[in-house]
Design a protein around this ligand. Structure first.
Ligand code: SPD
Length: 291
């Protein structure tokens, strides 16, 4: 699927509607107070809106990436599920997620020594730094090193380098497409240190079952341990999104370490209990993933 299939004329009568062939026949609409930014970068259309009830909203190629209202659910789980599954995460790689929200969450872990961050579209970083400071504060962490470029190419050159790799991709349309291929996952595996863990954006159990099955199949084939977590994100298609995880050793469905009270007090979604609960899937998904 290419990004010229997306309907980009998405604001009508003051309402933004997310219309996309990946979720045919349904669209989430949010009331818009103001368009704060609207430009085409080298890679995609970038829009930043002030919504009536959901704070600012970042939209890439017509698809909602985050709203200030509910972004914490996704960013916290993308970061803390893999980091708490690993007994001693020190070297981290994040691919995609130019808004900086996942970096912000990783930065809460004091034992992390180094965070490499690879994003294809520099313009998303610039827009986030200007309009989304509560997420882009992730870049202020001195452990973060930013690399602008293609994530697929970046991991190909890395062997035995990271304890945890997080892929905060957009959907498999446009620039995010390369991050849903088996060859990319092979690169992720080679880039991990022994006992390393990956966590990737795993689409929706309601809206994208083909992708969920494909991603779970790839990780099952390549990794020693595989698991799929489901989380609530009210402004994503279906109101939910998955995190597809693979591990070269540690189990994933229970935290390997205790959370400090200081860190727990900073979070709104992640707890050790929700870590375990996120991997308990509805029966139809259990069946899908067994097939
Ligand atoms: N359907 C939208 C999926 C977007 C996932 N990435 C969002 C980036 C937030 N850091």
């Amino acid at each position: 699927m290419t990004n010229n299939m997306i309907n980009l004329n998405t604001v009508k009568n003051g309402w933004f509607s997310e219309i996309c062939p990946m979720w045919p026949g349904v669209a989430l609409s949010l009331e818009i107070m103001e368009t704060l930014y609207s430009e085409k970068s080298r890679f995609q259309q970038i829009d930043l809106y002030q919504t009536r009830h959901h704070g600012k909203m970042l939209v890439l190629d017509g698809i909602i990436q985050l709203t200030e209202f509910d972004e914490f659910t996704y960013q916290e789980m993308m970061a803390h599920l893999p980091l708490f599954s690993h007994p001693d995460p020190k070297n981290i790689l994040v691919i995609g997620g130019g808004d900086g929200g996942v970096l912000r969450e990783i930065g809460r872990h004091p034992q992390v020594a180094k965070i490499d961050f690879c994003e294809i579209d520099e313009a998303v970083i610039a827009v986030s730094k200007e309009f989304l400071p509560s997420l882009a504060c992730g870049y202020d962490d001195p452990r973060v090193k930013v690399h602008i470029g293609d994530g697929h190419a970046f991991v190909k050159n890395k062997i035995n380098a990271y304890d945890v790799i997080i892929v905060d991709s957009s959907d498999p349309i446009g620039p995010g497409e390369a991050l849903f291929k088996k060859s990319f996952y092979e690169g992720l595996k080679n880039a991990l240190k022994p006992g390393g863990i990956i966590a990737t954006q795993g689409e929706s159990i309601f809206m994208h079952q083909d992708w969920v099955v494909t991603l779970a199949g790839i990780t099952r084939e390549l990794f020693l341990v595989q698991a799929y977590a489901n989380i609530c994100v009210p402004t994503y298609p279906g109101g939910n999104i998955g995190i597809c995880m693979g591990s070269l050793g540690p189990e994933l469905v229970r935290p390997a370490r205790q959370i400090s009270q200081i860190l727990q007090d900073q979070l709104k979604y992640y707890t050790p209990q929700i870590h375990k609960a996120a991997f308990v899937l509805p029966h139809f998904v259990e069946k899908l993933l067994k097939e």
